[in-house]
Write a protein that binds this ligand. Structure first.
Ligand code: SAM
Ligand code: SF4
Ligand code: SF4
Length: 339
């Protein structure tokens, strides 16, 4: 087992396959244009698959494909198929905004994808238009339904809750999930990456979300400990389950087994860390699997990251990065690093 300095194992790996996106969510990509990663710098599917195999050999047997919007990357089922052929990888999941999911759900499932999470913050198309500059609400709903019909082990919804945007939709999102038999996970607004408009008063806390749900739905019973998973899970009296990811007010760094590889091959051991380990350069310079594994294990062995917990201790907390700092290094962006 590969452990970091705080005794946390290397457990799950997020692969960002593109930094591009067909939405502009206000908490992630509030601007129209960005400094994009140059195309030749993007890891190929062969490089991603090779790295995934090396990480799995070190214990990271859970892979989540993300981005940017991962379905913008050409022929994603091909990558899924490569990963699925590795017996050392036992769980392959995808996080997507759902716009392109309707026609991709069946090929992704056929290629071996196990689980899908679709991000959906609002049931009101006009809000999506205003907040995320997208007129594709109906396509997202069609994508969710296609995923449900395609036989994945789980389909979940992620909803970031922000005061002034969608805090009045917690109940309707729960009802939407219940009607489709899928679990909704409510996420606190985080000050990461491109969240350059973040202010503490826009954060709807875990406590506030729970109070809202219990007011309308009755008591929410906490389900047994979540282990290394970011979501705390609850069950309502009618059996409806939901999750809360309280990264801002109740962070869970103590059990964090997650790390992320940017689409151009830099490995970050925390969502908040400023520097990462470049894996693309050694891969393209001919490093062997063993050399790469040693470099990865050594880097993880030095890991002391507790980004969200450290942010919690900051008095007068404001945005993490200015727009200028993000332009200086686009790998600071959530959409580059992979949410
Ligand atoms: N484009 C895909 C999507 O939206 O599902 C995958 C990448 S996105 C960066 C992954 C997740 O990060 C999404 O569920 C999104 O809501 C979440 N996210 C992005 N910025 C966030 C922020 N500032 N606070 C909380 N969650 C955020
Ligand atoms: Fe795109 Fe996902 Fe970021 Fe929204 S959260 S802008 S869909 S990468
Ligand atoms: Fe893990 Fe960093 Fe997030 Fe904490 S802030 S849970 S260490 S990725």
């Amino acid at each position: 087992m590969t452990l970091d300095r705080l005794g946390r194992r290397l457990g799950s790996l997020r692969l960002s396959v593109t930094d591009r996106c067909n939405m502009r969510c206000g908490y992630c990509m509030p601007n129209e244009d960005y400094v994009w990663l140059p195309r030749p710098a993007l890891l190929t599917y062969e490089e991603l698959d090779r790295l995934a195999g090396i990480f799995a050999g070190l214990g990271a047997s859970k892979i989540r494909i993300t981005g940017g919007e991962p379905l913008l990357r050409h022929d994603l089922p091909h990558l899924v198929g490569m990963l699925a052929r590795r017996s050392s990888i036992r769980d392959i999941a995808l996080t997507t905004n759902g716009i392109l999911l309707e026609r991709m759900a069946v090929p992704l499932r056929a290629a071996g994808l196990h689980r899908v999470t679709v991000s959906l913050d609002t049931l009101r198309p006009e809000r999506l238009q205003r907040f995320a500059k997208s007129g594709q609400h109906a396509q997202i709903l069609a994508g969710i339904d296609a995923a449900i019909d395609s036989g994945f082990a789980t389909v979940k919804l992620n909803a970031v809750v922000i005061r002034g945007y969608n805090e009045d939709e917690i109940g309707s999102l729960l009802a939407f999930g219940k009607a489709r038999g899928i679990e909704v996970r409510f996420i606190e607004f985080m000050d990461v990456g491109g969240a350059t408009t973040w202010t503490p008063d826009q954060v709807v806390s875990r406590a506030e979300m729970l109070a809202t749900i219990e007011r309308d739905w009755g008591p929410a019973e906490p389900l047994p400990a979540r282990g290394e998973a970011p979501a705390e899970r609850f069950r309502l009296g009618d059996g409806t389950g939901f999750g809360i990811i309280a990264s801002t007010t109740a962070p869970f760094c103590g059990a964090c087994d997650r790390s992320r590889i940017t689409a151009d091959g830099t490995w970050f051991t925390c969502l908040y860390s400023d520097g990462g380990l470049d894996l693309r350069e050694p891969i393209r310079a001919g490093a062997t699997d063993r050399e790469l594994a040693e470099a990865i294990a050594t880097h993880w062995g030095r890991r002391v990251d507790r980004g969200a917990e450290e942010r919690l201790a900051v008095a007068g907390r404001g945005v993490l990065h200015s727009i200028e700092r993000l332009r200086d290094d686009p790998r600071r962006e959530m959409h580059t690093r992979g949410g």
